[in-house]
Ligand binder design. Structure first.
Ligand code: TQI
Ligand code: CA
Ligand code: ZN
Ligand code: ZN
Length: 253
């Protein structure tokens, strides 16, 4: 807190050289900028360059009306006392922030795990993709031809890429984002006991996590995040993305 106050105070003299804007508005704007960079994105990592973008982002985050103005509800929010921990930046991306450029994103299902109804698997994968499309402008479309952005397959042991699976347990799945000349893919270890509920490994939970990777998200340090690197069973019926996941994916798409 003291360091931000100090920065705040140090910034004041330079702002005083813009006498056109009344002092209270200027102070509010300065306070907002400070708040934004302290709790959301630093100047270096922010792709929200204009004040209006930053205001809209914050208003979206706090579910206020997205006016792009420093209006009263927004002022009230940023003046509230709060925990000093940042709201975002638990999520991560891959180096260079790769992402899928196509929309709709196409996917294909190459084969199915043992012991699961095909219809059930199709529904689980569709629902897992919907988790991400419901918070972004992304759409997913299943295709039946060779080339798709994400190819789902259930493969065992050594299966032709550099990452052989390891039998039941340990590694469950992995994802490749489509890069030029490479097929994007999500491979599930065929040797796991895949399931719809909580016996074995829940296919839905792992699929949501892997689609997150395929879309460009790395792991998150937020234990509520689906991108947190520990498997935790969650009932697909009541599944919700954490705020960290939503902010992560929305800052990419
Ligand atoms: N597979 C790892 C994973 O998807 C593979 C991996 C490690 C990876 N680091 C990565 C993939 C970075 C892309 C980018 O995380 S896993 C979980 C969880 C795995 C683990 O089999 O260990 C889930 C797959 F989070 F539960 F531990 C899915 Cl949900
Ligand atoms: Ca395994
Ligand atoms: Zn593989
Ligand atoms: Zn992962």
């Amino acid at each position: 807190m003291w360091s931000s106050l100090l920065i705040f105070v140090l910034c004041l003299p330079c702002c005083l050289s813009f006498p056109v804007i009344p002092k209270t508005i200027r102070d509010d704007l300065e306070f907002f900028k400070n708040y934004f960079h302290r709790f959301f994105f630093t100047k270096e990592e922010s792709q929200y360059q204009t004040l209006e973008d930053q205001l809209r982002f914050l208003q979206h985050f706090f579910r206020l009306e997205e006016t792009g103005w420093l209006d009263e509800p927004t002022k009230a929010i940023i003046r509230q006392p709060r925990c000093g921990v940042r709201d975002v930046a638990d999520y991560s991306f891959f180096p260079g922030k790769p992402k899928i450029r196509n929309n709709p994103i196409t996917y294909s299902i190459i084969n199915y795990p043992r012991g699961m109804n095909h219809r059930t698997v199709e529904k689980i994968l569709r629902k897992a993709a919907e988790v991400w499309s419901s918070v972004t402008p992304l759409k997913f479309r299943r295709v039946y031809k060779q080339h798709s952005d994400i190819e789902f397959a259930f493969l065992a042991g050594d299966h032709g890429d550099a990452y052989p699976f390891d039998g039941e347990g340990n590694t469950l799945a992995h994802a490749f984002a489509p890069v030029p000349n490479y097929q994007g893919a999500i491979h599930f270890d065929r040797d796991e006991e895949w399931s719809y509920y909580d016996e074995g490994v829940n296919l839905f939970v792992v699929a949501v996590h892997e689609i997150g990777h395929a879309l460009g998200l790395g792991h998150s340090q937020d234990s509520d995040s689906i991108m947190f690197p520990n498997y935790q069973y969650q009932d697909p019926k009541f599944f919700r993305l954490s705020d960290d996941d939503i902010i992560g994916i929305q800052s990419l798409y």
